[in-house]
Design a protein around this ligand. Structure first.
Ligand code: AMP
Ligand code: ZN
Length: 114
């Protein structure tokens, strides 16, 4: 989508600090990190959030999670721990309307009972 920030990052029109890429999935550092490690994993096909993605391209969800899992394995994040979060809609705090999965790690994470 031409006016989408993350589509522009995929196209290379806006710079990002990439950490993972394959033909379907891209991951880069969040510009405003909320943990020592804060990455964003996105699919290269535009959708506005995971609720839309599950209808328009359900396979993309597993492709993104395969990318996340490969990254976590290669970088030993699953132990001690990693959190994967996706915001859907305004009340959840979604500000960029290209489906993305926050991957938080690298420290003891607060919230969710921790
Ligand atoms: P959300 O609030 O769930 O929509 O998350 C959007 C995330 O995108 C926020 O954590 C922002 O810090 C991050 N963000 C916004 N612009 C950029 C950018 N140019 N490069 C990397 N991360 C960004
Ligand atoms: Zn997009």
């Amino acid at each position: 989508m031409s006016d989408c920030l993350f589509c522009k990052i995929i196209q290379g029109d806006i710079p990002s600090k990439k950490v993972f890429e394959n033909d379907k999935v891209l991951a880069f550092h969040d510009i405003n990190p909320l943990a020592k490690i804060h990455l964003l994993f996105i699919h290269k096909e535009h959708s506005k959030n995971v609720v839309e993605m599950s209808q328009t391209n359900p396979k993309a969800i597993s492709e993104v999670f395969q990318g996340i899992s490969e990254y976590c394995r290669d970088n030993n994040l699953a132990e001690p721990g990693v959190r994967v979060v996706t915001n859907v809609g305004r009340d959840a705090g979604q500000t960029v309307f290209h489906t993305h999965f926050h991957v938080l790690s690298g420290e003891q994470l607060k919230g969710f009972g921790a």
